[in-house]
Design a protein around this ligand. Structure first.
Ligand code: ATP
Ligand code: MG
Length: 417
């Protein structure tokens, strides 16, 4: 039997409905914030990711699906979409003054070669927001508030928001030197031993043991005055909006392009396990320039759709129901079947949700099917009824059965709705 690739998922039934419902809830919030959709390709050049996330990042280093097309060009399935959106901003000249600040969002599948487990797949879906063209604390606040708004409107409460001001430029070099000197004398895991040279800050994000980093020098001691002021202002705006944020000096993002404020929203529910990060993001003021565009600041975040759905399930929150049919038709003969086609056409035109069995079934199993569909009405059409220009409608809630003339069917169904 052919099977889906490891780490992928077929989404159907209730889950597909939940995906759709979640997307609609988020889209409505995006409208309120005047954030517009962008759709970029699912595959991009390999170079886009190696230049943005960085060769030393886990994503590029060991998680990317890379392939060559028939002309030998090196491509990659996108592991994330900030790089793709930034590329699109440059390629479509969206950086022009009249478009700024540019506020965009996206939905779509991402691909990472990771060890599959609940909440961690090789193909998964992200929703993300990217802002370009204004470096301001109020834009940074708008960004994180939009993320919090999504969680709140879903009814999710059990989470913490962590933020940090990620050091950059000369100060970063200084701090990295201090870190290297400290790490050399520490007992680090094998991955981190490699990270000391490749991606020093990333060592702070080690999932194996955090406790050992308690005594190392704090990042904020190396921030410049301006950076510290920026971070303080950010915090005070959020405070005024009653948003409680935990400052976390060890919060570093795995990707090279982050500069300045970074944040993560983490579920406190134990069942989420090590897949507890619901969304994450931050500021990236040099990404566009590094990809060959003009100097253009940016900030964004990405949210894991599957992880949100798991969090909703854990919190017992349902966001969608399978649609309930208004009518399910059971034709009892070939003629009745033909009549059913026109009847369905008429019902649907009037906005009623209606269906029939299409396959020949016994009356009993047809009723069973109707029950499983939770239809409000069953319409039974037999040869005798056809001759007499009526059908039998059984209301599944009151269980009453009535003969209804053809021309009265619509009124009858609409009236009782
Ligand atoms: P993690 O630390 O959990 O690996 P990350 O830092 O790699 O997350 P980001 O690159 O920031 O994740 O992606 C943003 C969000 O996308 C994550 O917070 C998470 O909700 C989701 N996500 C990331 N990788 C996966 C995956 N393999 N499967 C499902 N969701 C994922
Ligand atoms: Mg990861």
């Amino acid at each position: 039997m052919l099977k889906k690739p490891r780490g992928t998922e077929d989404i159907f039934g209730q889950k597909a409905q939940d995906f759709f419902a979640l997307e609609m809830i988020i889209r409505n919030i995006m409208e309120l914030y005047n954030i517009n959709e962008v759709r970029t390709p699912i595959f991009e050049s390999y170079d886009l990711f190696s230049r943005s996330a960085g060769e030393g990042s886990d994503i590029v280093n060991k998680e990317m699906f890379v392939f060559q097309d028939r002309k030998g060009r090196s491509l990659a399935l996108r592991p994330e979409n900030t790089a793709g959106v930034a590329r699109s901003v440059i390629e479509n000249k969206l950086y022009l003054e009249e478009n700024l600040p540019l506020k965009q969002f996206y939905f779509g599948p991402m691909f990472r070669y990771e060890r599959p487990q609940a909440g961690r797949q090789r193909q998964f879906n992200q929703f993300g927001v990217e802002f370009f063209g204004a470096k301001s604390t109020s834009l940074d606040c708008e960004l994180i508030i939009s993320a919090v708004e999504i969680l709140n409107s879903l009814g999710l409460k059990d989470y913490v928001i962590k933020a940090n001001y990620l050091i950059s430029g000369e100060n970063k070099d200084k701090y990295i030197k201090v870190l290297k000197d400290t790490f050399i004398n520490m007992d680090l895991c094998d991955d981190c031993k490699i990270r000391i040279e490749r991606n020093t800050l990333r060592v702070l994000d080690c999932k194996v043991d955090q406790a050992k980093f308690n005594k190392i020098p704090n990042m904020d001691e190396y921030l410049s005055e301006t950076e510290r002021d920026y971070f303080n202002e950010y915090q005070s705006i959020l405070k005024r909006m009653d948003l409680t944020i935990q400052m976390d000096n060890k919060l570093v993002r795995g990707l090279d392009y982050y500069t300045g404020i970074v944040f993560e929203i983490i579920s406190k529910d134990d069942r989420q396990g090590s897949q507890s990060t619901l969304l994450a993001g931050g500021r990236y003021d040099f990404l566009v320039e590094e990809l060959g565009g003009p100097q253009l600041s940016g900030a964004g975040y990405a949210l894991g759709i599957e992880r949100i759905l798991i969090a909703l399930q854990n919190a017992n929150i349902s966001i969608s129901e399978l649609p309930q049919l208004d009518a399910y038709c059971i034709p009892l003969s070939k003629n009745a079947e033909i009549f059913t086609n026109s009847l369905l056409f008429m019902l649907r035109k009037a906005g009623l949700k209606a269906d029939t069995s299409f396959v020949t079934r016994s009356l009993k199993s047809n009723f069973k099917k109707a029950e499983s569909l939770k239809t409000k009405n069953i319409i039974i059409i037999g040869d005798k009824e056809l001759k007499e220009n009526h059908v039998i409608i059984k209301n599944q809630i009151t269980l009453k059965e009535e003969k209804v003339k053809f021309e009265k069917i619509l009124d009858f169904l609409i009236e009782e709705n």
